[in-house]
Design a protein around this ligand. Sequence first.
Ligand code: FES
Length: 645
Amino acid sequence: MEMTLTVNGTQHTLQVHPGELLRTVLRRLHYFSVKHGDETGDTGADAVLLTYEPDQPNSYRLVNSGVMLAAQADGAAIVTAEGLSGPRDTEMHPLQEQFVACGAIQCGYCTPAQLLAAKKLLDVNPAPTEAEVRDAIAGVVCRCTGYLKPVEAILRAAAQMRGEENPPYAVDIVDAIEAGEWPTGGGDRGDDDDGDTQTKTKTLPATLAPPQTSVVNKSEPKVDANKLVKGRAVFADDMEMPGMLVGGLLTSPHAHARIKRIDTTRAKALPGVHAVLTHEDVPRVLYASGGQSFPNPPPYDQVSLDNKVRHVGDRVAIVAAETPEILQRALELIEVDYEVLPAVFDPVEAMQEGAPVIHDEPDAVKIHDAAHNLVHHLVVNHGNVEAALAEAAFVYTSEYRVQQVQQVSIEPHVVLSWWDEDDRLVIRTSTQVPFHVRRMVAPLLGLPSRRIRVVKPRIGGGFGGKQEMLIEDLCAHLTLATGRPVRFEYTREQEFIASRSRHPQVLRYRSGVDKDGKLVAMDLQVIADAGAFGTHGLTVQMVTGFRGLSTYWLPNAHFDCLVVYTNKPTPGAFRGYGAPQALFGLEQHIEEMALAMGVDPLEFKRRNWVKVGQNLPLAEAMGEGREGFAQLVKSNGLEECVRRW
Ligand code: FES
């Protein structure tokens, strides 16, 4: 159907599909500031200002263009972030100026929608309260910056628009340690063996204050802030190519099943479908998807498309079609007969005798004990924990469980691939690890890496979730099959079921102290849930072991970790990389232990935390699965941290 839209003052007459979304049409017109965050409007990244009465300046409403049909906007006038000011950097709306001045932007993916929400508010309320500002932008979710600085920026923009003068923007600088007396918890190096557990002090000189510089401790505008507030095309998906197809994934509805028969005949026959690929169409090349240095730590337990599914959301088939609507219909037309298998979701149950075997394929490489779903068994030891615990004055044991958590970057995973003028395959992707992607995807595609060029533009939040070779192979397989450029993007639901997350763990701590309240030994046993594939299973747990046994100085320490397959979506890298799980358990354990002894938890911690000059024996023993190295503690901000708290 034909429709008319006026966007930022420019009238467009265009043909749209009756089911086409307004967001799709705006992006087709190259208003790339209008983002895809989800299919339900929950993130608000797709917000635009829209009115059917452009003569009434205050009639604009903030709408989610991703849940509105383009046809519904026929005759409407729309404002996007590109329309807030002129194209030059020197032309800025006060909101854009203040977002830059306040540093209210990190990845910038949510910024265009936040600016529009703020504009709507200031158009009708030139002097909003902080609560009104917070309410106005509440529908636009930010995963990186938070809301403090955007709220500050909007209040300052409001003042500027009222003709008031804002003071120069100043950040709250955290000063260096103050000079004077500081407790050190029993000796500067924590190595006093005189039995004196009284808190000691040392005098810190004023020279610890940092030297004055022109940049450090000053508020500096972010170097790439201007392009972000102006909504310029900077993210992986912010481009259109002639003839570009839409790629998509058919996911498993079962947690554990074998594909007995898969029939793509009807899907392939649908006009506008250019490729339908299953495990019968792509080479079976084993790999590990974690974005890690060569050689990737084993196991190699994944292939691009398999004849078995191991979690709800696992890969079944991929399609390239001319439009999202045709793609959706084609995915529905793929017929799959599954032999549904028993599934297991708890790692403790998964390693028991008789539990369903998740990786029974004969060609998987270096799974520790596939018959018991054990990806790895890690053991690291320093000293003699059992002997020390036997002689300890007090021993305390506790167990914790931490849950699976998703990174939820507002930009979903998205990949574009095409053949360039030199017959190289270009993969433009929202990744944190472009060089790893190139090396890892090459054997899956049967291409030498010199014929692959991976482009990593700005990403809309990663948090470790994009430290993986996730869908680059799928998009590239479709370009290989069709010869056409392909865009392949996850839905928000797929982000949860077919992406990566934080490893759930069971952590059991057992510690002993001597009569003076000093830790003599700690044992940490971890059962880590790796979900369906090994990927970052080894390295994340090594960080758990290291961080979980290094805040407090331990003459004897032992780490034992079982990494276990389950029929759940696969965890991977996530901010902290195994440390948050361990530190939650450790701090909880230490506080409970202190209280059980009738000791002030803070004093107990201060007495035992690692001091400057001490070594970290577990670092040498572990080395993240590779060669270890000695580490000496040269600084420690714990005392300062506790003081400020
Ligand atoms: Fe808001 Fe990244 S800056 S989502």
